[in-house]
Design a protein around this ligand. Structure first.
Ligand code: GRF
Length: 200
């Protein structure tokens, strides 16, 4: 599987994916890593690990469409089978999503459809849920809404802060993202409406 990574920040999910590829757990080639932020630690890691690393700063473009065109040019060259959003803090336009229908994967730090959007862990804590977790899903035109690939749960503790809950969830994110990509790389799945059915 040819895999492109889009990120904006820390890049710990990217690191988990990189390690899974490196360790032979995930049969994939990371064909490019793109950051919309020049100082993202994730893009620095990509450089250190020798990946094709591209900074495409959205602030340098007059519109979302113009920025996406630049991202698309890199993707056209890299020819990924799948695009993994790993903390990519930009909304993708419907045109972009349509171009890679069911081939863009995202991770979100809650059990969707609960708590989409920003600060999902703080939202979960404030709501008082006793269980939260993370969701790896295919990306559609709506925010944090596409068909679900993998979910993993964590308990919410009475003493939790948003940060401690986020850390517990992040640990599961790294496992869930790799698991979802391994499953996609093996093929043998179908998408029926909202449901992703894996046969293997
Ligand atoms: C993760 O919590 C992920 O669920 C969310 O953004 C964060 C990215 O973290 N979409 P990292 O950059 O992968 O460390």
């Amino acid at each position: 599987m040819r895999l492109a990574i889009l990120l904006s920040g820390r890049g710990s999910n990217f690191a988990a994916i990189h390690e899974a590829v490196d360790g032979g757990v995930l049969d994939a080639e990371i064909v490019c890593v793109i950051s919309n932020r020049p100082n993202a630690p994730g893009i620095e890691r990509a450089r250190q690990w020798g990946h094709a690393a591209h900074v495409i700063d959205h602030r340098a473009f007059p519109s979302r469409a113009a920025h996406e065109e630049a991202v698309l040019r890199v993707l056209d060259d890299a020819r990924p089978d799948f695009i993994a959003l790993a903390g990519y803090m930009r909304l993708l336009s419907p045109d972009f999503v349509a171009r890679f229908r069911n081939r863009i994967v995202n991770i979100h730090p809650s059990l969707l459809p609960s708590f989409p959007g920003v600060d999902a862990q703080a939202q979960a804590l404030a709501y008082g849920v006793k269980v939260s977790g993370c969701t790896v899903h295919l990306v559609d035109e709506n925010l944090d809404a596409g068909p679900i690939l993998v979910q993993r749960t964590v308990d919410v503790h009475d003493a939790d802060t948003a940060d401690s809950l986020a850390a517990r969830i992040l640990h599961e994110e790294h496992i869930a993202y790799v698991e979802a990509l391994v499953r996609l790389s093996r093929g043998g799945y179908r998408v029926e409406g909202r449901r992703v059915i894996f046969s293997g």
